[in-house]
Design a protein around this ligand. Structure first.
Ligand SMILES: Nc1ncnc2c1ncn2[C@@H]1O[C@H](COP(=O)(O)OP(=O)(O)OP(=O)(O)O)[C@@H](O)[C@H]1O
Ligand SMILES: O=C(O)c1ccc[n+]([C@@H]2O[C@H](COP(=O)([O-])O)[C@@H](O)[C@H]2O)c1
Length: 222
């Protein structure tokens, strides 16, 4: 999108606020998340991107997930330097499993009817979207932006089963980083500098997250 197109997009919004919503487990947050959010913010002329750490990511029940407060604090640290990035507690403060349909309803109630929601999701999550609770409702609550992710092929034909006009695919600078790789590297005592913001390296060390032994910091599985 050129600067002129962006100008038109801004003019066409007629006083409406454009809010990007970046949901994730963020265990830990890494530069892949931040670059995806920044790119969508630029291409869609968003006023703000709110990062929403999951409370209980029910589709990750078979694995250990760090405490919500640790994931929340890492998200705050990683986004603090960007004036257009913010962090919401809606998912971690809501009891029970986390469903995006609730996230979007809560943000809509909080931000008001003048706000348009753009839910940002990686290609892997987008491919699973019909398994999400209340999937048929999701596309009435937000426009979905599916961002490319290395190792996850995604084409227009993958969108065939999704409502027409409900999803836009966007190619973002490819960063082959995952939270899984970051956790494995910490456990193996390999560096994660430059895969995650500096403050996250320090937070993980300070809290002793992702220890090599099973007997480490508490998690959300108990
Ligand atoms: N490198 C990346 N490029 C683009 N999108 C990404 C990238 N990493 C994660 N995402 C997207 O960000 C959102 C939140 O991801 P999540 O917190 O689960 O991170 P993850 O790296 O996929 O974690 P894990 O490896 O633990 O499954 C998802 O929609 C995911 O597809
Ligand atoms: O609504 C659901 O049923 C649902 C199922 C799986 C994932 N999600 C959302 O998708 C986003 C990315 O999730 P994850 O597990 O890949 O970090 C995050 O906002 C989750 O709440 C939502």
């Amino acid at each position: 999108m050129t600067t002129t197109e962006l100008g038109i997009a801004r003019a066409e919004r007629q006083g409406r606020y454009r809010l990007g919503v970046m949901g994730g487990t963020f265990d830990p947050i890494h530069h892949g998340h931040l670059v995806a959010a920044s790119e969508v913010a630029s291409k869609f002329a968003l006023d703000e991107v709110v990062f929403v750490p999951t409370g209980v990511p029910w589709q990750k029940r078979n694995r250990q997930v760090s405490l919500a407060e640790d994931r929340y604090l890492m998200t705050v640290i990683a986004t603090a330097s960007n004036p257009r990035f913010s962090v919401s507690r809606v998912d971690i403060d809501r009891p029970g499993d986390t469903y995006t349909v609730d996230t979007l309803k809560d943000l809509r109630a909080e931000r008001g009817a003048q706000t348009d929601l753009f839910f940002i999701t990686g290609a892997d999550a987008l491919r699973q979207i019909l398994t999400w609770r209340g999937a048929d409702e999701l596309f009435n609550l937000a426009h979905f932006v599916g961002v490319t992710r290395p190792g996850v092929p995604l084409t227009q034909s993958d969108l065939a089963h999704l409502p027409e006009g409900g999803v836009t695919l966007l190619e973002v600078p490819a960063l082959a980083i995952s939270s899984t790789t970051c956790r494995e590297r910490v456990r193996a005592q390999h560096p994660i500098w430059y895969l995650v913001p500096d403050g996250i390296v320090q937070y993980i060390a300070k809290r002793g997250l992702y220890p090599a032994a099973e007997t480490g910091v508490p998690d959300d599985s108990e």
